[in-house]
Design a protein around this ligand. Structure first.
Ligand SMILES: [Fe+2]
Ligand SMILES: [Fe+2]
Ligand SMILES: [Fe+2]
Length: 416
């Protein structure tokens, strides 16, 4: 069992989404704070209010393309249902996040309809009504203009759509909270991090390994969907690392945690522009520097989550090298734990057998030749490379069971 803070996990993920090139700066955190203020004004009870806040923090996780972002920046949102559905599909497999998934599915439903979801008026969850309103307020805020100079205009625009786009109850509550300067100033860029820290609920939960795995799988789906070439990367790294950890005598608990570390090792990639992640050619030095940021971001995003200390120690360290030439912290030799070494080998092994924009996945000889070079140059742990060689067939089967290699290049973005 793992004792952790569900709200801290979701907040960290929201921060990752807000770092994304696909995101709008601080969009998720802004919408969460606005939605919370409306929910408080409506005197929605504590647990439901927390659920609204947490749903708002990840409401646009289903967005895949820059085009979808553009469509949502205009007040009259165009074709938003696709990302609502994708958001639902990301979170609904987790029993813990199922209620969030349902709210996210309806977060662009117009009060009067018609909606592709089939619901109108009171059939739509009020949590979704509130997030929709908060989301549209966020779309009307222009970061380059001081918010108090725009607030009257924003309120006017929202009120004009009462009963058509928005639930009248939610609009009344918004009009009330919008009278306070503090409501607007809380979501200013200078204060938003403090506002989120101050207002986020603390939700200490005791999770089974299964529940934690389901939860982090949701996030790995978002990470991996950033690129058709890595669409199953984190899942595969997790399974490969779990297999190698078992062979190296890790306990059942440690095997589970190294799998969780595998799911999350590249969480910082959410912040890397798609143009770099999916570049069909080799990266330039400048692009490579940007790509390297992901390991630091993974560390920064995981560091405040209680109960995931092993995940923090083993996941974001996957680009460290034994000779001290890795990143982001240039750890060396004994500073790199066995778990971190397993993660590094699992990541490289998986990357080598996967297709990339600039090359097809390597065969056994090609893969092992590169891994041996990395062992000889004291980048990776030779003992673990030997295990990869010994169990190559089993490891390849893990990959093929997760997703057939032959289909990988054709499938594009995942259908969850
Ligand atoms: Fe949205
Ligand atoms: Fe949004
Ligand atoms: Fe990585």
């Amino acid at each position: 069992m793992i004792r952790t803070d569900l709200a801290e996990i979701i907040t960290s993920f929201a921060k990752a989404l807000d770092l994304s090139s696909n995101g709008i700066a601080y969009h998720h955190q802004t919408v969460a704070l606005i939605a919370l203020a409306i929910a408080e004004q409506l005197e929605i009870p504590g647990h439901d209010r927390d659920t609204i806040f947490l749903s708002a923090l990840v409401h646009d996780a289903g967005i895949r393309t820059q085009g979808e972002v553009g469509g949502l920046l205009v007040f009259e949102d165009k074709n938003p249902f696709n990302h609502c559905k994708q958001g639902y599909e990301i979170f609904s497999p987790s029993t813990l996040l199922h209620s969030l998934a349902h709210i996210i599915l309806h977060h662009h439903d117009r009060w009067k309809g018609p909606n592709p979801s089939g619901l109108t008026g009171n059939e739509i969850p009020i949590a979704s009504n509130i997030i929709y309103l908060a989301d549209r307020v966020s779309a009307l805020m222009h970061r380059e203009e001081f918010v108090l100079n725009r607030s009257h205009e924003i309120v006017k625009t929202i009120v004009q759509s009462v009963g058509t786009m928005f639930n009248p109850l939610a609009v009344d509550a918004f009009v009330e909270v919008a009278k306070k300067d503090s409501f607007w100033l809380d979501v200013q860029t200078e204060f938003i991090v403090e506002s989120i820290t101050r207002k986020k609920p603390r939700q200490m939960v005791t999770l089974s390994v299964q529940e934690l795995t389901e939860l982090v799988s949701c996030f790995s789906r978002v990470i991996d969907s950033k690129s058709p070439y890595t669409h199953m990367h984190s899942v595969t790294v997790a399974s490969v690392a779990g297999f190698l950890a078992r062979k190296l005598g890790f306990s059942e608990y440690e095997q589970a945690m190294i799998k969780v570390a595998g799911y999350l090792h590249d969480v910082g990639k959410i912040a890397i522009p798609d143009s770099i992640l999916n570049k069909p050619d080799k990266l330039t030095d400048q692009e490579y520097s940007i790509m390297k940021k992901h390991a630091y971001y993974s560390y920064a995003l995981l560091q405040n989550i209680p109960g995931l200390e092993l995940v923090l120690a083993w996941g974001p360290t996957h680009h460290e090298k034994l000779d001290g030439s890795g990143y982001p912290r240039r750890l060396k030799g004994g500073e790199i734990s066995l778990g971190a070494r397993i993660m590094a080998v699992s990541d490289i092994f998986t990357a080598l057998i996967e297709d990339r924009p600039y090359r097809a996945g390597l065969n056994k000889e090609g893969c092992l030749a590169i891994m041996k070079e990395l062992g000889d140059s004291n980048h990776l742990d030779q003992l673990i490379i030997n295990l990869v060689e010994q169990y190559y067939g089993s490891l390849l089967m893990i990959k093929e069971q997760i997703f057939p290699i032959t289909a990988a290049a054709q499938c594009g973005y995942p259908k969850f």
